[in-house]
Design a protein around this ligand. Structure first.
Ligand code: ADQ
Length: 723
């Protein structure tokens, strides 16, 4: 096992200070329990915020640091302003409601983004300081979505995993975030991105497609020359320890007392953090609805709602608390009597033993969040029922619903429906209760938190580490070699390499700066320049014909080796297939709004740059399949390009240009090819040994050098002209 570096917003400890000194105790939460074993066994560290220690004396702080070091925890201290802007601000006021589909709660302006970004960078800095080659890094949750990319930039070889603990919403929701692209690129720094359910994986994959045009194939997506995996890993709990607690004699005594207090009544339970995603008001309304509809239940039902205070510094939580208080008061006012109140509301934290006793004593457990990444309370309830009794009522919008099919499912937005289901739960025959609980328990016990940790780390550790890039910086190293060469032969692609893509091909005209750059390069001593493009010779002639450079059109079908020379065509290229292919492409133009057909002398191209991304990609796939089937054995090739599907005669490709231009080349000439898409790979493949291939962009490539895109290509070429 490699050393594990765990990174989460909070360290899995609680620091307490009183007059007797300070204590640092391990938290009991699911994540802390599940990761404790691997953390200790691997000899790694856990990096995170230990909570506010600003009020401690220097001696107390030193004691805390020493104790944290013993626990292999590395603290990252946050200032009061960082807590308020990174944690409460961007994380909890923006990302939290947004990922739970509550866009109305997101502030009109996100003023805290910069601090979120900065704190993520600080986390990454600290990880880099502790990283040793061979380590596995595992980053947790929505507070740290940018950390994987910051790490990837600094540690290209590292193995990095990320787990998203809350829902990943539909791309339609995620796209409303102003900083959506940065966040998604932040996650893509990881090798493996894990979610609780396959639904969240699907939402993330469609977000990648919509925002970045990246296609996920099965569970993988290619990004910046690496493969990023996506996976569903439903988190479990420490089921054994909950079961042990539920059998503890002290706990059993508490269970007996709870039952005694509910004698003649059924005990209904709710346990949550007091968070507006947990659906407490609607749950209370469902209880009220049942009491209103069925007076017979009024004295026979005791609803205990435990709510642990949470995020009390965020204003929305205070308002929510008031709403819950008010509802509880109203229901008790309406349906209570001198002897009995229906709702017992406890606004405080309970320890695990107290929780286990409540779980085991309950007849019905209501877990009805309006949206929840997973929800571990539902699983804790099942684990705490070795007596195989009790009914779980579960929201279909909790991630846990995907696994716990034997619960009674409810739509938490349907208050009447929930009241019906609560009644069904209260009246369920014992045999059915037991049969459902047995199935639920089997699932919760088998897929526990240890299974979750193992399955995530197994996949992460099976990901091959990225091959070392020849030159991660690219441009500098390429420039050095080019400057050292006595003679240079430059073969440069046009679209996507010298100019950025335009919405329509005819709009990508060369600007004055580019024309000047190419002219100066062409007259640089010992330098020859050729433009190798997929465009027609008419276009190249019109745009670049006046320059003293070689022009090669339609992927090398046509060539004009130097200014003033005639265009010549590659011999023996058939064109009689076009009348068969044209109608197929025309039918795809007709049915795909925004697509259009481009005709060149030896090829036909179907462009979909202006088409809705998801629809366009799907249609392009269908077109390729169709063409492949119909024309499989003909003299044709189908080439997927950047938002274009091109059909052309076999054997015509940019590589054919190389043989023409190197003829008669002066000894000691360095051939340099620069390009950005699949068609340029043919050019790279045909270069003589010792040449220099530069990929402009983030795709998979055989080139050994890489630069960012057209503006970096221009910077590189301009640098050749100075010094
Ligand atoms: P949470 O929103 O905190 O977690 P949940 O998974 O239900 O939601 O609970 C976490 C823990 O808090 C449980 O272990 C539970 O026992 C404890 N807890 C809840 N109410 C309590 C109370 N009143 N007193 C004491 N303890 C209480 C986020 C996501 C979830 C996801 C987890 C893990 O929102 O969807 O399941 O992370 O990934």
């Amino acid at each position: 096992m490699s050393r594990l570096l765990l990174v989460s917003n909070r360290l899995p400890v609680t620091v307490k200070a009183d007059k007797d000194g300070v204590s640092v105790v391990r938290s009991a939460g699911g994540l802390a329990t599940g990761l404790r074993g691997p953390h200790e066994r691997s000899g790694g560290v856990w990096i995170g915020w230990p909570g506010d220690v600003s009020r401690l004396t220097p001696e107390q702080r030193a004691a805390v640091e020493a104790r944290l070091a013993e626990l292999r925890c590395v603290p990252l201290h946050l200032s009061a302003s960082e807590v308020s802007r990174f944690y409460e601000g961007y994380s909890n006021r923006v990302l939290w409601p947004l990922c739970h589909y509550l866009i109305d709660r997101v502030p009109n302006q996100d003023r805290d983004w910069d601090v979120y970004r900065r704190v993520n960078e600080r986390f990454a800095d600290l990880v880099v300081r502790h990283y040793q080659p061979g380590d596995t890094i595992w980053v947790h949750d929505y507070q740290l979505m940018l950390v994987p990319a910051f790490l990837r930039a600094r540690l290209p070889q590292a193995r990095i995993g990320f787990f998203h603990h809350i829902p990943f919403p539909s791309s339609e929701i995620f796209r409303t975030l102003p900083h959506r692209t940065e966040l998604v690129r932040g996650l893509l720094g990881a090798d493996l991105i894990g979610f609780h359910t396959l639904t969240y994986v699907r939402h993330f994959a469609s977000t990648l497609m919509r925002l970045l045009g990246l296609e996920t194939v099965v569970d993988r997506v290619s990004y910046e020359g690496r493969e990023v995996r996506l996976g569903g890993f439903p988190m479990g709990i420490d089921a054994q320890s909950f079961e042990n607690l539920a059998n503890d004699p002290g706990v059993l005594e508490d269970v007996r007392q709870h039952r005694e207090k509910s004698a003649g009544q059924q005990l209904v339970l709710g346990v949550d953090r007091l968070d507006y995603t947990k659906g407490i008001p609607r749950r209370l309304l469902a209880v009220q609805r049942l009491l209103e509809r069925e007076p017979a239940w009024r004295n026979r039902l005791r609803f205990v709602q435990v709510a642990v205070p949470s995020r009390t510094a965020v204003a929305d939580y205070a308002t929510y608390r008031e709403k819950v208080d008010e509802l509880v008061g109203r229901i008790n006012g309406l349906y209570g009597s001198v002897h009995n109140v229906p709702v017992h509301y406890l606004y405080r934290s309970f320890n695990e033993k107290q929780l286990a006793a409540l779980y085991r004593a309950a007849d019905v457990m209501l877990v009805t969040p309006i949206r929840d990444g997973m929800n571990l309370v539902a699983k804790e309830f099942c684990a705490a029922r070795p007596d195989e009794d009790g009914v779980l009522v579960l929201s279909e919008f909790a991630g846990a619903a995907d696994e716990l099919a034997d619960a009674l499912m409810v739509n938490p937005y349907d208050v009447d429906g929930m009241a019906d289901m609560l009644e069904a739960a209260l009246e369920m025959p014992e045999e059915e209760r037991r049969s459902r609980m047995r199935t639920l328990r089997a699932r919760v016990k088998e897929y526990d938190v240890h299974w979750w940790v193992r399955s995530f780390l197994d996949v992460l550790e099976s990901v091959p580490t990225p091959p070392p890039r020849t030159q991660p910086a690219g441009a500098e190293a390429a420039l050095t070699r080019m400057r050292e060469a006595r003679n240079l032969l430059l073969l440069i692609d046009y679209d996507g390499t010298l100019v950025p893509f335009a919405p329509k091909p005819e709009l990508a005209t060369p600007d004055a700066e580019l024309l000047d750059l190419l002219r100066r390069l062409a007259i640089r001593s010992g330098t020859r320049v050729h433009i190798v493009s997929g465009r027609t010779r008419e276009t190249l002639e019109a745009w670049l014909g006046g320059l003293p450079v070689g022009l090669h059109a339609e992927h090398g079908l046509w060539s004009r080796p130097a200014a003033e020379q005639p265009w010549t065509v590659l011999e023996g290229v058939p064109t009689d297939w076009k009348s068969l292919v044209r109608p197929v492409l025309e039918s795809f133009v007709a049915r795909v709004p925004g697509a259009f057909l481009e005709e060149k002398s030896a090829s036909l191209a179907w462009h979909y740059r202006q088409v809705d991304r998801v629809f366009g990609a799907r249609q392009a796939r269908e077109l390729r399949l169709h063409l492949g089937e119909v024309f499989a054995h003909g003299p044709l090739e189908v080439l997927p390009g950047d938002m274009v599907v091109e059909v052309r005669a076999r054997g015509v490709n940019k590589g054919r240009v190389v043989e023409r231009v190197i003829d008669g080349m002066a000894p000691g000439t360095l051939v340099v090819a620069i390009g950005d898409d699949r068609t340029d790979e043919d050019l790279f493949a045909a270069l003589p040994v010792g040449s220099l291939a530069i990929h402009a962009g983030g795709k998979d490539t055989r080139a050994s050098y890489r630069v960012g895109g057209p503006s970096e290509v221009r910077t590189l070429l301009s640098a050749l002209l100075v010094g």
